[in-house]
Design a protein around this ligand. Structure first.
Ligand code: NAD
Length: 403
């Protein structure tokens, strides 16, 4: 097989970007292409494990691995740098480590926190978007619990979690494991702790059937979590959240305040493409940007539609779909280099599992409902599989959750 040697530039080493490079380097030989991967950090982090770090149930180092462990240095040049601009028409990318040109570009720049412009949120609440923010969130909780003995201030024992989406629920599942341990460490009665989750919608986790949602709520309520549903957060301040109840504003007080109610694609997307919403661009069926068949947009910066026409909706951004987008892009690049036609992406939904701490959870896997220990086991399989698919058996052995 002979290919025309092309410059392939990949931006971002999250699930989508790193999966794509991991696959592409197996498909191509050194003579076929010049592959460069640019990523802000020298490591990849498992963004779906961050809630564990933010609750103190996992050290941040356990959820990251060096990118060099995955790439084949004979075929891929890795540049640790931050992307600052993408010039589509000049086919160049600007970074903190110089400029790069490309024939084929893969934009996989990942997600950021989205505060929807809520007053004070960015300044007064922690988000869980990378290892640093996760560590900060946990430190806040630990410091406040430690401080309670001196302060006797109930706010030190009050934790507010904004949003009961996937991240919020999985985070609460970890908190009800770690906070009792922290209380024991600092000699505080766990019964005095208030963990309140505030959710704007009337119902949580709409992707799960009602009985599984009830199971998750009961699990968390039995361990001390209070839910306020149908309660939008309208502001955050140094005392906690301001919420709206029956059209009246109410102050909820806490010293530990965590916002888990939204993510968006990288802000660089808005500066680069037209029609970007919440940092996500609707991509063509072959995962390229409209009008640019040499630019692939994958992962959390892509809105991949589940069909055509006005009823079509974007698939939710998950690690599962991100990795499939990465695999598909590697395949399409290989086809392009061989002079063949690219193929449209088809999502294969294997299901989803929401953990409730380390030993419980709920899930829909291959159309079957699961809960309890089975779901927790399945979650460990899913987490380990993600490492295995990108990094192979040795990495899965050292970083996975099965061994
Ligand atoms: P999300 O958008 O799914 O959930 C955010 C929640 O916050 C929603 O329930 C929303 O109603 C609520 N909310 C929004 N604004 C609010 C406000 N002002 N006041 C109160 N509540 C408010 O966000 P997420 O949980 O971060 O998930 C992001 C994506 O990542 C989703 O697609 C999710 O499926 C995926 N994810 C998947 C997994 C998994 O598969 N295990 C884990 C985490 C995240």
């Amino acid at each position: 097989m002979s290919f025309e040697r092309k410059k392939i530039l990949v931006l971002g080493a999250g699930y989508a970007g790193l999966q794509m490079v991991s696959d592409l380097q197996k498909k191509l030989s050194f003579q076929d292409a010049d592959i460069t991967l640019i990523n802000k950090n020298e490591y990849h982090y498992e963004s779906t494990w961050l809630h564990e770090t933010a609750a103190g149930t996992m050290e941040w180092q356990d959820g990251v691995y060096p990118i060099n462990k995955v790439i084949d240095a004979q075929k891929v040049v890795f540049v640790p740098a931050e992307v600052t601009a993408i010039n589509k028409d000049e086919q160049t990318v600007e970074t903190t480590h110089g400029n790069f040109d490309y024939d084929i570009l893969v934009v996989a720049l990942g997600f950021e926190s989205e505060t929807f412009g809520i007053d004070g949120m960015a300044d007064h609440a922690h988000s869980i978007v990378n290892p640093q923010t996760a560590v900060k969130a946990y430190r806040e909780i630990e410091e406040n619990i430690a401080n309670y003995k001196r302060s006797n201030d109930q706010k030190d024992l009050s934790i507010l979690v904004g949003g009961a989406g996937f991240t919020g629920i999985e985070y609460l599942g970890e908190l009800v494991e770690s906070v009792p341990e922290l209380c024991e460490k600092y000699g505080v009665d766990y019964n005095k702790v208030n963990i309140t989750c505030v959710e704007a919608a009337p119902k949580m986790l709409p992707m799960f059937p009602e009985n599984l949602v009830q199971y998750a709520m009961k699990f968390l309520e039995d361990r001390g979590v209070k839910f306020m549903v149908n309660t939008p957060i309208v502001a955050a301040n140094e005392d906690g959240f301001v919420v709206e109840v029956n059209d009246e504003k109410q102050q909820l007080e806490a010293n530990s305040v965590i916002w888990t109610a939204g993510v968006r694609g990288s802000k660089l997307m808005d500066e680069t493409f037209e029609g970007v919403k919440r940092g996500r661009l609707v991509v063509e069926p072959d995962l390229t940007a409209k009008g640019y068949d040499n630019i692939y947009v994958i992962g959390d910066v892509a809105a991949v539609m589940n069909g055509e026409g006005e009823n079509a909706r974007p698939y939710p951004t998950t690690a599962q779909i991100a990795m499939q987008l990465g695999e598909h892009t590697a395949k399409n690049i290989e086809l392009t280099l061989k002079g063949e036609k690219k193929e449209p992406f088809v999502f294969s939904d294997k299901g989803t599992v929401c953990s409730l701490g380390s030993n419980d959870g709920i899930g829909l896997v291959l159309g079957r409902e699961i809960k309890g220990k089975k779901a927790a086991f399945m979650k460990r399989v899913v987490d380990t599989r993600a490492v295995f698919k990108i990094g192979g058996p040795l990495l899965a052995y050292s970083k996975g959750k099965m061994f």
